[in-house]
Design a protein around this ligand. Structure first.
Ligand SMILES: [Fe+2]
Ligand SMILES: [Fe+2]
Length: 158
């Protein structure tokens, strides 16, 4: 496996996102509200979904992977809903008492989702994206910023 494959890069982000959420939850259990971790997880996760929906999935759909991509889009919508809930439940200096549960819900959703994406979707991305498309994904992951008002295809308020 090449380190710069789409699959390797995207799987690395899955781990970074999980770690940021886990670090935030660990902080809560010590009475610390580490906003930065939550913001980092949320920003990274939304941008990750943007890359999938805008730069990776269209090619997979065009090459016939309709059903698996639709499942991923639906799950992105559910993940987005959980992120929206967390946004409301964590304010400056305060967090609702069920925020750890909400974070665990998010981690479970991601585990289920990534557990399909990694074996089914990403290998196809490695195989089907052109070198140019792969380079675009790589560059975006390195330094790209998604449009501020972008929401995923099946976001609750999209
Ligand atoms: Fe995804
Ligand atoms: Fe992903």
């Amino acid at each position: 496996m090449h380190e710069t494959n789409v699959s390797a890069l995207m799987e690395r982000e899955h781990h970074e996102i999980d770690q940021a959420i886990e670090h935030f939850v660990a902080g809560l259990s010590e009475g610390k509200l580490r906003h930065k971790d939550l913001a980092r997880a949320g920003d990274l996760l939304k941008r990750h979904i943007y890359v999938e929906e805008e730069l990776i999935f269209p090619t997979l759909r065009a090459k016939g992977m309709l059903a698996p991509v639709l499942v991923m889009l639906r799950e992105h919508g559910e993940i987005w809903r959980t992120l929206d809930a967390l946004d409301l439940e964590v304010g400056p200096g305060t967090a609702a008492e069920w925020v750890p549960d909400r974070c665990h819900q998010l981690l479970r959703q991601l585990e289920t989702h990534n557990g399909k994406e990694e074996p089914i979707i990403y290998p196809q991305a490695d195989a089907l994206l052109t070198d140019e498309q792969t380079a675009t994904v790589r560059e975006f992951l390195h330094s790209g910023t998604m449009p501020l008002d972008w929401v995923c295809a099946q976001a609750p308020n999209g």
